[in-house]
Write a protein that binds this ligand. Structure first.
Ligand code: ZN
Length: 84
C-alpha cells in the first residue's frame, strides 16, 4: 500500500468498504485510478480479498480540486476555470 494512505486525511476521502458479490460480504476496497479525462477521473474499487471490481467512482475536476484543497491546503482559493 502507498505510504500516504496511512495519513488521516485519507479517511474522509473515500469509502473504505463495499459489498463484494463474489465474497458475499462487505470487504475493504482498494481505490485504483482507472482513467484520466480532461474534466474528470474514473476510479475503480477493487475488493482486497478477491481482487474483483466492486464499484467505480467518477471524480470531476471540481471535486478533485476541492479534495486537493482540503488535503493539501496549499491554496487559499481555487480559481474557477471553464473546462468545456
Ligand atoms: Zn471479493
Amino acid at each position: 500500500m502507498a505510504s500516504n494512505m496511512s495519513q488521516q486525511q485519507f479517511e474522509n476521502f473515500t469509502a473504505s468498504t463495499l459489498y463484494c458479490e463474489k465474497c458475499r460480504a462487505t470487504t475493504p476496497v482498494r481505490e485504483k485510478l482507472l482513467l484520466v479525462l480532461p474534466d474528470r477521473e474514473i476510479f475503480d474499487y477493487l475488493c482486497t480479498e478477491c481482487g474483483s471490481s466492486v464499484g467505480q467512482r467518477e471524480v470531476t475536476a471540481g471535486e478533485k480540486m476541492m479534495a486537493e484543497a482540503v488535503a493539501g491546503r496549499n491554496r487559499r482559493s481555487v480559481p474557477l476555470r471553464s473546462l468545456r
